[in-house]
Design a protein around this ligand. Structure first.
Ligand SMILES: [Zn+2]
Length: 66
């Protein structure tokens, strides 16, 4: 018997994933150019793609013993 579908708490929609990909060129190598506090337990990171140089902001949740 299957339970209810698991609730996906994916608030930062697609940027909370472990394997971040550049949405412009698809590469996975980023340089972190800024790290700061978001709100709550979220951290904000500014990343720059090493391949195409596009910048994007990612939100990361603090996990573990915090
Ligand atoms: Zn890129």
């Amino acid at each position: 018997m299957e339970g209810p579908s698991p609730e996906r708490k994916s608030w930062p929609p697609d940027e909370d994933k472990r394997g971040l990909e550049c949405r412009y060129c698809g590469c996975k190598h980023f340089r972190v150019i800024y790290t700061g506090r978001g709100w709550g337990s979220l951290h904000v990171r500014r990343r720059e793609c090493r391949h195409c140089g596009k910048r994007m902001t990612t939100w990361e949740r603090r996990v573990g013993t915090g």
